[in-house]
Design a protein around this ligand. Structure first.
Ligand SMILES: Nc1ncnc2c1ncn2[C@@H]1O[C@H](COP(=O)(O)OP(=O)(O)OP(=O)(O)O)[C@@H](O)[C@H]1O
Ligand SMILES: [Mg+2]
Length: 227
């Protein structure tokens, strides 16, 4: 009988032994389709023979994640620096697991990561919280092999379901977040998230093809986010 907690991508014997997994991150604005595309990508890669694990940040299940959840739902107020450091700590909580999982040969597809962490904090226009300040606590985290940025006009995002419930889901904030994401354009592969689910999914696959090949053929090691 299947249960909700059952792993949709159970471990299977890998086709090649001793190969590490790839670390793929899907970034983007609120409602850009990240969660939808992470699942599609996991299904696709699993069907191609990859072992797959998925992650999402914030991970609201840990004690730190619960504090973040309460902040995002406007139940707790926090200084901008404090919440920023909690978001970063929430990623660090998973760092060792990520490294071990990749080493085992499992590919990780992750829903938001440190780019979100940096740009959402810097978008608050707090004069004491620059993008450089926001970057520092994440330095040293496992570096993704590829970051996909799902780009969507905030006006389009607003039309999608569920928008506006949480703290950052305001159009002006989203506009600033989008501009800041573009300062990292050289780190990311931009995909127009305004197309259909299928087209967006195909574009993501195209953009990560080279990366997957490099990783699976042993030409690339897991890096660390650098200062
Ligand atoms: N390409 C698309 N075209 C139209 N609607 C889409 C598309 N992709 C996702 N959606 C819809 O938009 C909504 C948001 O999608 P999803 O939850 O995947 O976005 P998200 O980026 O994970 O959002 P959040 O930032 O809130 O976690 C959902 O209702 C989803 O079905
Ligand atoms: Mg989501």
């Amino acid at each position: 009988m299947s249960t909700l907690s059952e792993d949709p991508w159970p471990w299977k014997e890998p086709k090649t032994i001793g190969q590490r997994g790839a670390f793929i991150v899907i970034e983007g604005l609120d409602r850009a389709g990240k969660t939808t595309q992470v699942k599609r990508l996991c299904d696709k890669l699993y069907s191609q023979g990859h072992n797959i694990k998925t992650l999402r940040f914030p991970d609201r299940t840990s004690p730190i994640g619960k504090m973040i959840d309460s902040y995002l739902q406007s139940q707790t107020e926090m200084d901008d620096h404090v919440i920023h450091l909690l978001f970063s700590a929430n990623r660090w909580e998973k760092a060792k697991w990520m490294e071990e999982t990749l080493k085992k040969g499992c590919t990780i597809v992750c829903d938001r990561y440190y780019h979100s962490g940096m740009v959402y904090s810097a978008a608050k226009h707090n004069p004491n919280l620059s993008l450089d300040w926001a970057r520092a606590p994440d330095v040293g985290l496992p570096k993704p092999d590829a970051v996909i940025f799902l780009d969507l006009e905030p006006e389009e995002a607003e039309k999608r379901g569920g928008y506006g419930d949480e703290k950052y889901e305001k159009k002006e904030m989203q506009q600033r977040v989008r501009e800041l994401f573009y300062t990292f354009e050289s780190d990311m592969k931009v995909v127009n998230a305004g197309e259909s689910l299928e087209i967006v999914g195909d574009h993501i696959l195209e953009k990560i093809e080279e990366t997957l090949k490099d990783v699976l053929e042993g030409r690339s090691r897991v890096g660390k986010f650098e200062a």
